[in-house]
Design a protein around this ligand. Sequence first.
Ligand code: HEM
Ligand code: HEM
Length: 273
Amino acid sequence: MHESLLIYRNMRYLKWSLALVAIACGLYIFHTPIEEPNGGTWLGYTLGTIAAGIMFWLSWYGARKRSYGGATGRLEDWASAHVYLGLALVFISTLHSGFQYGLNIHTLLYVLMMIVVISGVFGLYFYMRFPRLLAENRRGLTTDMMLNQIADLDRDLRKHALSLGDESAHIVLNAVQNTRIGGNISRQLSGKDVDCPTSAARRFVEQFEGGHDESTRRQLVTRLTKKEDLLGRVRKDIKLRCLLQIWLFVHVPFTFATLAALIAHVIVVFYYW
Ligand code: HEM
Ligand code: HEM
């Protein structure tokens, strides 16, 4: 669904949005109010009302996504129209404002709306790229399955550590006990651990030839390499999901802030009218 969102139904919603923007631009060019163009002329009010309508409709998308029965229209239509009307909103609201900006609630509304739209563009990129990236990275496994495989490898490594010399045993046990997955936001976003004890143990065992026989050494290297690969994939999985969470934490709360500012804008405008 996400890949086809932009070309859905022969780009019907792109065409509708372009038509809407073209009409708004045409009216704006031929509109010659006595004062400078602004939100208070008949065209200003018309474009403002259209912008507010689009804004409320776009905000409704979260509820639509979660309503499975009795909803109107296919979700794909909503998603595709959401993207194109969201972008059209930038043009409609800019023409509505007559390019008049200042340090006031009206411009605050405009800035908040732009944050939602810009975050939307990032979200679109994530939603189009991530399903494939996640699937390729998981290679048919779920995150839990990968974590279980890591736990199995750890059990094996612990067993092997018993037959090793002190130094090797210490390093292998350190890999079992102190390898960290996830953590705070910046660790999750980095998608890797440069001081990963498992990588350190793999490097050590690869290079260190004394203290254990060759077959044990090879088995250790195989298991540590496998664990390293799984760790890399789990960390990448966490990174991608964390990016999506952060994106939603911007797009949705700023939507509510924009709606609040829009209501305030309309009240202020009518109050001073
Ligand atoms: C997403 C929707 C909207 C956005 C982003 C928006 C944004 C703006 C901005 C940036 C201005 C310029 C303020 C200035 O002159 O400093 C403005 C002016 C204005 N807006 Fe809106 N607006 C929206 C919706 C509406 C609606 C629904 C109405 C009323 C029905 C409205 C009525 C006005 C009026 C009357 C002005 C002129 C205010 C003045 O010149 O003092 N706007 N708007
Ligand atoms: C001011 C304009 C916009 C508003 C108010 C808005 C609001 C929302 C809301 C409320 C959701 C639902 C989030 C959830 O609960 O899961 C959403 C999802 C989304 N929005 Fe927007 N949005 C706007 C503009 C945009 C733009 C311009 C784009 C892309 C260019 C965009 C891309 C997306 C994407 C990709 C999703 C997730 C789609 C999915 O889950 O299928 N949005 N938006």
